[in-house]
Ligand binder design. Structure first.
Ligand SMILES: Cc1ncc(COP(=O)(O)O)c(C=O)c1O
Length: 399
């Protein structure tokens, strides 16, 4: 494999995944999931829920298959889903989105991110500014698009960016400011000052904002505020979300991008040659989900908040220093007090020591910055409460 020329090398290197022999290494997520399967450890590594989402959404997918909704849907997405996305943006954020021109349905948020970056990057001098640590596809997609990644650090324990560092990172070379809020892996929700500064800098340097909002309904204190709602932002912002997290259907891979028609058309121009179309019977089901009453959306946030609290208390009494996530599936801890000096090594031995799997934060940073996150570890709270209780009980053996 290492002798095969091609873009794979740049992508793997961008994601920090070139092994010592020059071949592409598997991600630490795969390694940790294998470890969980082999050892029978409680898997709080990868972020996927272990129970089904709303019955009416699942039933709508079954009904669609039974009714023969099994062929290619329109490349932009079926009209009823685009309308549901538009109504959702209006209902929760007072954003007016034209379902015919301002929306495209994608194969999960992952394709939306890839298609947006491939659409907007124009050459090797273009830069994409991200907050670090970042969702692992960002660095890989920036590399795939042939641009440069510019990272603004988020520091333990509140993981808000330093505004001077943000100002220094955004220049006339910045093509895209890629923001994930609520944030994976840290659980941070960015302050209104950060939002305002992102928009101000994007305007000043004529950059496009791409916001990944897949955890938009999983916030614990204040309602989510999209960057697209900040005055002046809409015309330069692509908003990305996905059904996976909101409806606990991560395997369906139905995502979407919304924004001004010209930017959305650019994304569609790329998406149509990545997958053309996706998930025909899941699209009407997601439309059903997006139309669920407000009480549903409030209940998923309340349930995850409770899980965050139970997990946080368990982690604290096991001896970790615990951050206070305001959203997303995740809680970050500092394992230094438990003797950790290398988070990856700590996570590799955790199944044996305590029967639990977690992910080192170093999986979400560029290799050169790993030392700054060397003792931080991410635990997923999106599991059944008895699973979190059991993990918390097992972790007490670390004391
Ligand atoms: C921040 C973030 N963006 C995107 C995704 C991927 O979303 P999807 O499964 O819809 O492709 C994830 C999944 O973990 C995520 O955490």
């Amino acid at each position: 494999m290492r002798d095969i020329p091609g873009t794979w090398r740049r992508v793997a290197a961008g994601a920090g995944l070139i092994g010592p022999d020059g071949s592409a290494a598997p991600t630490i997520f795969a390694e940790m999931s294998d470890l969980a399967a082999r050892t029978g450890a409680v898997n709080l590594g990868q972020g996927f829920p272990d129970e089904d989402g709303p019955a009416e959404v699942l039933e709508a997918a079954r009904a669609a298959i039974a009714k023969g909704v099994n062929q290619y849907p329109p490349g932009r997405g079926i009209p009823s889903l685009r309308t549901a996305i538009s109504e959702h943006q209006q209902r929760f954020y007072s954003l007016t989105v034209d379902p015919d021109c301002d929306v495209v349905v994608t194969a999960g948020a992952t394709e939306a991110i890839a298609a947006s970056l491939l659409a907007l990057i124009d050459g090797p001098d273009d830069e994409v500014v991200v907050f670090e640590p970042y969702y692992d596809s960002y660095a890989a997609c920036v590399a795939l698009a042939g641009a440069r990644l510019v990272a603004v650090p988020l520091r333990w324990p509140d993981f808000q960016p330093d505004l001077d560092a943000l100002r220094a990172a955004v220049t006339d070379r910045t093509r895209v400011i890629l923001v994930n809020d609520p944030h994976n892996p840290t659980g941070a929700v960015f302050s209104s000052e950060v939002r305002a500064e992102v928009v101000r800098l994007a305007e000043r340097h004529d950059a496009v904002i791409v916001e990944d909002e897949v955890y938009e309904h999983l916030v614990f204190d204040e309602p989510h505020v999209p960057l697209a709602t900040v005055p002046g932002a809409w015309e330069r912002t692509l908003s990305i979300s996905s059904a996976g997290k909101t409806f606990s259907v991560t395997g369906w891979k139905i995502g979407w991008v919304s924004g001004p028609a010209a930017l959305v058309d650019a994304v569609l121009a790329v998406k149509q040659f990545l997958t053309y179309a996706n998930g025909a019977p899941f699209q009407p089901a997601v439309a059903t989900g997006l139309a669920l009453p407000d009480a549903f959306f409030a209940s998923i946030a309340a349930s995850l908040r409770h899980k965050r609290d139970v997990l946080g208390a368990g982690l604290q009494s096991a001896g970790f220093a615990v951050s206070h996530p305001q959203g997303s599936y995740f809680t970050v801890v500092d394992a230094a007090a438990l003797g950790a000096t290398d988070a990856a090594d700590f996570c590799r031995t955790l199944p044996e020591r305590a029967g639990v799997v977690a992910i080192p934060l170093t999986a979400f940073v560029t290799p050169a910055h790993k030392s700054e996150y060397a003792t931080l570890v991410r635990f997923a709270a999106c599991k059944r409460i008895e699973v979190i209780d059991e993990a918390a009980r097992r972790l007490q053996s670390l004391r």
